[in-house]
Design a protein around this ligand. Structure first.
Ligand code: HAM
Length: 419
């Protein structure tokens, strides 16, 4: 039997209330916060991710789904959304245009990771990017909008961790200090990290190997090397968060798994998806656009993992698919077209209404109506047709009533409180 690709799940109607709630709130909140929605393709040139996410990262080294098209061009299924949005805005000539630009996106991302709870090979992100400002206020405003979004979903036990990764002034001295430290421990680092030391020593900081984690616990920290401008930026962001009464902790060990970051980086972490794990990650990437050949354009953004968010939501908020208002029940195939007509009229009036395509026993039809949690049954038999009536049954109370067909819509609207 054919089966799905490992780590790439089907999403069924019973799960949809969570997806629809998240997507609805995302559109609402991020539009209110001044972001416009952008949709970029799933396939991009592989080089985009190599040059942005970084050659030495796990994402590029081990996790990308890549393919060659018929002309031998090397493509990658996007492992994240930022690089694609950056590519799109540069291609449109919006880099360095002096304006602040704000975009959000929702869509599937692909990483060849070992699947487990909250970790998939096809997963979905809700992300947003702000271009064209170095203002710490943008950092605070972005974090505030994420907080507001998570709060609206009534999530509990979420914690914000922040750090600063400095910039091109203070990163080199830190890199040297880190490299000197790593050289002293080189023998005990994993093979990947011994290689990373040559390509990008900062990547050793987010190695997942036990041995390396223990070693880097004593490594120098970027936060101790921040230049005056980066320190001021970080202090202002912290002050703004305090002023908006948002709790956070500084995690000086946070390195993030992508190369493009500078200054503020952050993660929202939560219990309840196995180990404490990140439901959201992001930060500044002021130098990325220039490094890709664009005009200097500061930027900051985040992405939330939707599947991880749903794992948390399921624990606090059981959601059911929307139940139909009506189920039309009819007696005998002869009346199928009457059921069809009635359902059509009701749907055009804005009600949700289902019926079976083949006449089954009344018991069977009532069974299907109550399984779907329909609120009311509308019953049509020979008598109802003859008298131009419909029998109406409240499936919760069992109360039954007859209405003339010409009165039906008005009665139902009053009943369901629709004008
Ligand atoms: P990221 O930290 O790699 O950042 O991913 C963001 C979020 O996506 C994670 O916190 C997690 O919730 C979710 N996620 C990542 N990998 C998986 C997976 N395999 N399965 C399920 N969920 C996953 C980025 O992607 C950056 N583009 C964020 C950003 C935007 N930075 C600046 N702008």
């Amino acid at each position: 039997m054919l089966s799905n690709v490992k780590g790439m799940n089907d999403i069924w109607p019973v799960e949809m209330p969570y997806w629809q709630l998240i997507e609805h709130m995302a559109h609402k909140i991020f539009t209110n916060c001044g972001f416009g929605e952008i949709r970029t393709p799933i396939l991009e040139q592989i080089e985009l991710f190599q040059r942005s996410v970084g050659e030495a990262t796990d994402i590029v080294q081990k996790e990308m789904f890549t393919l060659e098209d018929r002309k031998g061009r090397r493509l990658a299924m996007r492992p994240e959304g930022t690089a694609a949005v950056v590519r799109a805005m540069m291609q449109k000539g919006l880099d360095g245009n002096g304006e602040v630009l704000k975009y959000y996106y929702i869509g599937p991302m692909f990483r060849y990771e070992r699947p487990q709870k909250g970790r998939l090979r096809q997963f979905h992100q809700l992300g947003a990017e702000i271009f064209g400002t170095t203002a710490p206020l943008a950092d605070a405003d972005l974090l505030e909008s994420i907080w507001f979004f998570l709060e609206t979903l009534q999530l509990k036990g979420v914690e914000l961790q922040i750090n600063s990764l400095g910039d091109s002034t203070c990163r080199p001295p830190f890199r040297n200090a880190l490299l000197a430290f790593l050289k002293r421990h080189e023998k005990n680092l994993c093979a990947d990290c011994q290689r990373r030391m040559q390509t990008n020593p900062l990547r050793v900081l987010d190695c997942k190997e036990e041995g390396c984690i223990k070693i880097v616990a004593d490594a120098p920290m970027m936060i101790d090397y921040l230049c005056v401008a980066c320190r001021e930026h970080f202090e202002t962001v912290k002050n703004l968060l305090n002023a908006s009464k948002r709790n956070f902790t500084v995690n000086p060990r946070m390195a993030r798994g992508l190369d493009y970051y500078n200054r503020t980086v952050f993660e929202f972490v939560a219990e309840g998806i196995g180990a404490k794990s990140a439901i959201c990650g992001g930060g500044r990437y002021d130098d990325l656009i220039e490094s890709l050949g664009g005009k200097p354009t500061a930027a900051i953004g985040f992405a939330i993992g939707i599947e991880r968010l749903i794992l948390l939501l399921e624990q606090i908020k059981p959601l059911q698919p929307v139940a139909p208002d009506f189920w039309v029940i009819y007696m005998g195939d002869k009346l199928a077209d009457e059921a069809f007509k009635l359902a059509t009229v009701l749907r055009r009036e804005g009600f949700s209404c289902h019926f079976d395509y083949q006449s089954k026993s009344m018991k069977n039809q009532f069974g299907r109506a109550s399984k779907a949690n329909a609120r009311f049954a509308l019953i049509i038999g020979e008598d109802e047709i003859k008298n131009k009536e419909v029998t109406f049954k409240n499936l919760t109370t069992g109360q039954q009533q007859k209405f003339g067909r010409d009165q039906l819509q008005n009665h139902l609207k009053t009943l369901l409180g629709k004008s």
